[in-house]
Design a protein around this ligand. Sequence first.
Ligand code: SF4
Length: 297
Amino acid sequence: MSFSIERGETLCLVGESGCGKSVTCLAAMGLHSEPVRRKAGSVALFDETLSEMTERQLAPIRGRDVAMIFQDPAASLNPVQRVGRQVAEVLVVHRSLSWRAAHEQAIALLGEVGILHPADRADAYPHQLSGGMCQRVMIAMALACRPKLIIADEATTALDVTTQAQILRLMRTLQRETGTAMIFVTHDLSVVAEIADRVAVMYSGRIVESASADELFDHPAHPYTRGLMDCRLDAHAPVADRLRAIEGTVPGPAARPAGCAFRTRCSKARAVCAETPQLRWRAGSQAVACHFPESLQ
Ligand code: SF4
């Protein structure tokens, strides 16, 4: 798969569990672990080729130039350290601030991400904060060094819908203010509609459709994208039709069929689908990897 992100842009990576979204993000930062290995290709941040760097060269870039926010903030934060200190530590390590200066800046950052009474909250341990608050702390840590790129992996999935909406709005606002680029991984199309500039739909380790958010929602072209759209809850539909699903599951790498990986689940599959469809550009910025994409009409 191949993609690029502009400064200040949000690219959503979308797809079911197991399609390779998280592996892609971890691989981009050289954080994938055995048995996953990078065999080909490259990852670049402006004019620096990250994929050619050693672990020692990559370490200062992680957290400073590229920050990651994960799904479960409670699991990402250190349970035995006050949250203010955890935010401050990023500034001490990457910006060489003194602990005193870093602590003051950490309190300012906690305020920036919408935490009320940040000086008091900085003294709390993660278990004393709600899930939404912990995720705000994670965002404060991610923003601490004003990174060039934020990778948010299902960053709002564990939150209730109200908190999710608040966090998405917050991330969007802060991103616009700082010009940070963002890769936002999600399986939730309502989140995509809220936050994406561009969308890459993934299936079984490949991008099967890439488009601006408007293009994707106006005329999804790949049968898998259309299937994902149909899976959205429609509260106005008759009860029996409210929740639809795509039959089957994403095949693992060992079980991937030859040709189009979606063909065992696709109602449009024909004999030619045994040949791998290439990602081809259509009108605008939309590209689709399918032998029989939906027409644009
Ligand atoms: S290439 Fe064939 S099997 Fe694959 S999505 Fe398109 S129509 Fe379906």
